[in-house]
Design a protein around this ligand. Sequence first.
Ligand code: CAA
Length: 379
Amino acid sequence: MNLELTEEQLTVQKAARDFAQTELLPGVIERDTEQKFPSDQIKKMGELGLMGMMTDPKYNGGGMDTISYVLAMEEISKVDASASVCMSVNNSLVCWGLERFGTDEQKEKYLKKLTTAEYIGAFCLSEPEAGSDATSQRTTAEDKGDYYLLNGTKNWITNGKSASIYIVIAQTHPEKKHKGINALIVERGMPGFVVGKKEDKMGIRGSDTHSLMFTDVKVPKANRIGEDGFGFTFAMTTLNGGRIGIASQALGIASGAYELAVKYAKERKAFGKHLSEHQAIQFKLADMATKINAARLLVWQAAYLKDQKKDFVKAAAMAKLFASQIAQEVTSEAVQIHGGYGYVKEFHVERLMRDAKITQIYEGTTEIQKMVISRELLR
Ligand code: CAA
């Protein structure tokens, strides 16, 4: 694995960094406070090519590798984790899943608009009684010949209100358990589909997380992704890639907090010298930087294996497990270095600390990552 970034990868990284500083940083505190979805910013991210980075250019995608994607995710996440979760879900769960497993018609109809952010996508697996235990889907997709009749509720859906396209996982043949599950493309506005309550969250408050209700929604058979009964494998395979996106989000949250802590330590004086001249602070920064570097290597390894079309399941789970853990530790230390200023909104680190927690929960909790890793190790 080559750790030297190419010219193209460096260009992508810089473009994402510049965008984050000029377009996302102004207003990020207000969006967090007011729980305001960054719609204008996401549109611009679509124009910049950040919403379908790995998708084939024939579907208006960037045709880039996963390394470029994680570089961009880290830069966006340093500043605005609410924008980056929208970016991650759209790129890794929706665009990637559709490109890999969708029909030509589905790609023409949906993918071309998802890559440009004309449409935003959502991935709907979690339910009130099926979060980690994802095989226990209660949402049903009854086979009615040329359509499925969809009934049920989905919970904690990222992009829940802003999305136009929802990939909904539902049970068609309960007797077949997870092998009877389907993945269906549901369009906003289909009769019987209602966007429910918005969650009032601890972090990523600019991202819109909603419950969704489906009552006798008629979904054409043409909207099924893959063969009958492929839905659970679709969800798991897609989530393997999604976990690289969330790992890079956690990495970005950590490195954003670290950079703010370094800046503050060089500016702030206590006991007659800068904080950065105190060994207690120097050691904290050394620990933070080491953890971030280790997380980055795991994220890049998972991205590299995916690009090489090698098995990356374990590597992705390890990257997410570790990066989300160190995001907790690093953001907490960044707040500590800032002291009282760290506890108030205008210094950004308290937001990053709140944002970090979700990376240990969504797209598979820390405990699920350990299940995935240990199963891979022991099989
Ligand atoms: N990759 C590919 N296939 C996988 C897989 C993986 N990582 N993990 C499991 N599978 C397959 C298994 O091979 C098995 O298929 P076969 O029977 O064909 O072999 C099938 O899935 C069922 O697996 P298990 O028998 O191991 O079932 P289980 O119930 O013991 O474990 C689980 C399943 C791994 C716990 C799974 O339910 C899981 O990953 N849960 C976490 C769900 C999750 O990540 N939710 C995130 C919600 S989406 C989200 O957060 C998006 C957002 O908005 C930000």
